[in-house]
Ligand binder design. Structure first.
Ligand code: IDP
Length: 139
């Protein structure tokens, strides 16, 4: 099945602070995906509120926004065949403790006992979300 897509990947503040940017980008490239655009951003609350609009009102929303504005993130426009699903598979499930070994979160993510919501990366979850998020972060 051929479906060339683009997705938004964010290396979250914990990934940047832990010097894992290179390791995470290496895994994306090693999988065969293309880095089309890359920027380091200190996200403000307005950008993050738009990015995480679907989570507004949830118990983890406010800590999530605070965490995401706590330091720079690296935003990447990544292209490849079925990359939206493929990157989410590469990233692993949301909670790093139960994310499968071999995934970014499973291999490198720290237990949420240390700090809830830290899980190194974000990846768009559908073509509609990818289009919206890429417009938000890359204009
Ligand atoms: P995803 O990033 O795996 O797609 P989402 O459900 O879209 O997960 O949640 C967005 C982000 O919010 C997660 O990556 C994580 O940082 C945080 N998050 C999600 N669920 C929880 C939770 O139950 N507790 C704390 N943080 C959470």
């Amino acid at each position: 099945m051929t479906s060339i897509e683009e997705t938004l990947v964010l290396i979250k503040p914990d990934g940047v602070a832990r010097n894992l940017t290179g390791e995470i980008l290496r895994r994306i490239e090693a999988k065969g995906y293309q880095l089309v655009d890359l920027r380091m951003v200190q996200a403000d609350r307005d950008l993050l509120a738009q990015h995480y609009a679907e989570h507004e009102g949830k118990p983890f929303y406010e800590p999530l926004i605070e965490f995401m504005e706590s330091g720079p993130v690296v935003a990447a426009r990544v292209a490849g065949n079925r990359v939206i699903e493929g990157f989410r598979s590469l990233a692993g499930t949301t909670d790093p403790t139960t994310a499968a070994p071999g995934t970014i979160r499973g291999d490198l993510g720290r237990d949420w006992g240390l700090k809830v919501q830290q899980n190194l990366v974000h990846g768009s979850d559908s073509p509609e979300t990818a289009a919206r998020e890429l417009a938000l972060w890359f204009g």
